[in-house]
Design a protein around this ligand. Sequence first.
Ligand code: KG4
Ligand code: ZN
Length: 334
Amino acid sequence: EKDLYIMGIETSCDETAVAIIKNGNEIVANVVASQIESHKRFGGVVPEIASRHHVEQMTIVFEEAMNQANLTFVDLDAIAVTEGPGLVGALLIGVNAAKAISFAHQIPLVAVHHIAGHIYANRLVKEMSFPLLSLVVSGGHTEIVFMKEHGHFQVIGETRDDAAGEAYDKVARTLNLPYPGGPHIDRLAQEGKPTIDLPRAWLEEGSYDFSFSGLKSSVINTVHNLTQRGETVAPENLAASFQQSVIDVLVTKTVRATKEFQVKQVLLAGGVAANRGLRKALEEAFYELPVDLVIPPLSLCTDNAAMIAAAGTVLFEKGQRAGMDLNANPGLDL
Ligand code: KG4
Ligand code: ZN
């Protein structure tokens, strides 16, 4: 049988990414151009700057991916592109690039939800076995997603305010750490001890929803109060305390959902999945459970296009096709 090659294109935030995967799970090209340096001095992603960078980088990243894979257009079976959610101007660059290639070379177009992409990063590591749960923790999303089969997503819990990554980035800012703050808090937390008492938002009994804004405010107030009293905070202890609070809630709710939904597999997904404390805590919690825990390598946790191609392959095989009227959808539901 002929090999299936799907290209993925991802531009939802501050990474211009193009990848090509073979037969659903083998990466043959994976190129990511990060814009982090340009956004750092603003302490966050500036949408207009992001769009401009995507325009500049798109063709370069695309050509690099084609070279890496050593393929030509006739080899590509489909182009999968992130339709949303994300920054509308940023998404539009990827969507239009994908449409242009699809139109010019008569290659089928497939629209992918960014979070579906994060979840399918796991398929590049291991075959999925259903039913499964995915804990999605990124800069914009914190969700527990139930999947009974490929391409079927049921959100059983989500954040009511800040996403986990957003809370990491805001706390990092309070500690004067550079953007994006997640990796810095992660590193500091390894050096400190969770000595500071911070809240954990469990919400109503049985709820799989999350809330991180109270925790974030609590960290900010703690720093403020100590500074006012002329005392200094040990940033590593504050980072460790904050991280412990986030991890406690994420792990406890994921374990509870795993038991209630009797799933075979649990997949970790999203940028915060790169967090060493979270990875370790999940591994420990799942050690004695009869469930297969899958944690992708760091490079597949943060935004990339291989994950979009992986989700795109499944949708392509299910017959999903997007037309030339495909538009960016910044508020797209999973
Ligand atoms: O999935 P992602 O690359 O982009 C979105 O779709 O949002 O996630 C980015 C988020 C940022 O908030 C960043 O601070 C966080 O992931 N992050 C981390 C770590 N690495 C990245 N958070 C905690 N610990 C990390 N090691
Ligand atoms: Zn993402």
